[in-house]
Structures are given as structure tokens and as C-alpha cells.
Design a protein around this ligand. Structure first.
Ligand SMILES: [Zn+2]
Length: 278
């Protein structure tokens, strides 16, 4: 079921990790951002759109993680954009002929095993580097690309509607998940990304994270601050005082504490290895 969060902007929430698909109404159809996860949810979204007389004229994936790269045949054949870096990362992943089989294997450990349509995964059209906005006939969707959670990760800011689609940043349930593969300074990258999001925060009325609850204007700075505090604590090697981990984690989200432990350990090993402080 689609739920309106701002004029002409609706979300479709998945049962899986509270993933949010975002629909933005344009003049000739909709822009669909991170369509969703399970087959029946994607079909439901496609039906909701066709029932309301809407077709998808453009897609966008905020970053190259499988849960943001899915599609359903009923959503049609519109171009599905991503940043140049996102698209390069997807191409690289899919150059392994077993890539989809690995994702399917990984899903076997979850409650959505066999429910995720992988056929159309990752058919991303690269936007040229430095593209400022989504090429489509609708409210301007500014691309705010940064290096933080994944290569070529981008938030979209739909200024006319006051909506920031944050991808896997600024979640109320997931702690910042750093990209620890292949970037020289994941902590500083993440802090820089938060500063970039902060530069538009004053104009945001509605914040839609890739996973978690939609936030109002009052949540934007609070979530940026909380993520920054988390990342700074990681840098200093402190245990972050963060409601998303430990005993205060929401029921069903206890695994986020394991994500935290895992990245804290990897960062500690990294700084031991190259002698960088903290
Ligand atoms: Zn995700």
C-alpha cells in the first residue's frame, strides 16, 4: 500500500528491514527510487501504480547493494539510473556469473528466502559523473553523491517537495554502516557525507531513509547528530551510547548490535595495521 509523505511523494514499505520504496509523481509518470525487496511487494507496488493510472518513467537505485537494485517486470522498461560509481560497482559484482546465486544463498538464512526476484537485479543505467539531477519530467531530484555506505551512494533531494531520500543513511534503526572495502578513510568519508546532507537539512521537511521510519523536519538534524556521534565513537574506539544497539535496540533489530561489533573490530584491526590513531 502506498502512503503519501508529502505532496506527490509516496512510500511503499517492505516487511524486510523496513525498506522504503519511494514514488515521486512527475508530469508523465512516476520516478521510482529503490523499488523494494520481495516479489509480492514489488507486484503490489506495480498494481497500486497501474490502478492509479501511473506508469514508471524512471527508476533510481541509491546504491549498489542487492536490496536497492531489484525490479519487477510489471514495473515496465523505464531506465533505471544510478550514479556512475554505483553502476560500475554493480557491473563489477555481476561480472561474477555466480553473483545472483551468492545473493540467493545469503537469503537462505533469512525469512525471505526464495521471495526475492533476482532476474532483473542491477540493470542500472549509469548517469555521467557529476550529474546534478535525475533526467526526468518531474520535480527536480537533486543527486547528492557521497562516499559513505557503499560506492557511489547517493541521496536524492526533492527540494520542491521538501523531501530527502537518504538511501542507507540517517536511519532510526540501523547504525551507520561504513564502506570498509577499498576506501582509504571510511570514517572521514562518512563524516564528510553527513556534512553534505547537513548542508540541505534546513530545507528538509520529510526524511525518508532506505530502512526505518520516515522522519519530520525535527528529525533531520537529530539523526545527523546521532550518526555523527556514532561514527566519532567508532573512531575513538569507544562504545557508542546509541539507542539502535544494545538493550535499547528495537525488537527485531538486535542484529544491528552484531553489525556494530563487526565493524568496530575491523576498524580496530585496520588502525593497528596502518598505525593510524583510533
Ligand atoms: Zn539497504
Amino acid at each position: 500500500m502506498l502512503r503519501q509523505v508529502a505532496e506527490g511523494v509516496l512510500i511503499h514499505e517492505s516487511e524486510f528491514c523496513q525498506s522504503n520504496a519511494v514514488v515521486v509523481h512527475g508530469r508523465a509518470g512516476v520516478l521510482l527510487i529503490d523499488p523494494g525487496v520481495q516479489n509480492h511487494e514489488l507486484a503490489c507496488l506495480a498494481n497500486d501504480l497501474s490502478d492509479s493510472g501511473q506508469t514508471v518513467v524512471a527508476g533510481f537505485s541509491t546504491h549498489p547493494d542487492w536490496d536497492h537494485l531489484l525490479w519487477h517486470p510489471q514495473l515496465g522498461a523505464a531506465p533505471r539510473y544510478g550514479t556512475a560509481r554505483c553502476s560500475a560497482s554493480v557491473r563489477d559484482q555481476l561480472s561474477d556469473p555466480d553473483a545472483k546465486a551468492h545473493i540467493a544463498d545469503h537469503l537462505l538464512e533469512t525469512e525471505i528466502a526464495g521471495q526475492v526476484p533476482l532476474d532483473l537485479l542491477g540493470l542500472i543505467t549509469a548517469l555521467p559523473a557529476e550529474t546534478a539531477q535525475i533526467p526526468w519530467d518531474g520535480p527536480q531530484a537533486r543527486i547528492i553523491e557521497h562516499q559513505a555506505h557503499a560506492p557511489g551512494h547517493a541521496a536524492l533531494f526533492i527540494e520542491e517537495r521538501g523531501v530527502l531520500v537518504a538511501g542507507d543513511m540517517l536511519s532510526d534503526v540501523l547504525v551507520p554502516m561504513l564502506d570498509l572495502n577499498g576506501t582509504a578513510d571510511p570514517i572521514e568519508d562518512y563524516l564528510a557525507a553527513l556534512r553534505l546532507l547537513e548542508s540541505v537539512a534546513g530545507d528538509v521537511d520529510v526524511l525518508v531513509p532506505g530502512h526505518g521510519s520516515v522522519g519530520g523536519a525535527d528529525q533531520v538534524h537529530a539523526r545527523i547528530e546521532r550518526d555523527r556521534a556514532y561514527v566519532l565513537a567508532l573512531r575513538e574506539g569507544h562504545v557508542p551510547d546509541d539507542p539502535r544497539i544494545g538493550p535499547s535496540a528495537k525488537p527485531g533489530w538486535e542484529w544491528v548490535s552484531d553489525v556494530h561489533d563487526g565493524q568496530a573490530k575491523r576498524l580496530a584491526r585496520r588502525s593497528e595495521r596502518d598505525g593510524t590513531p583510533g
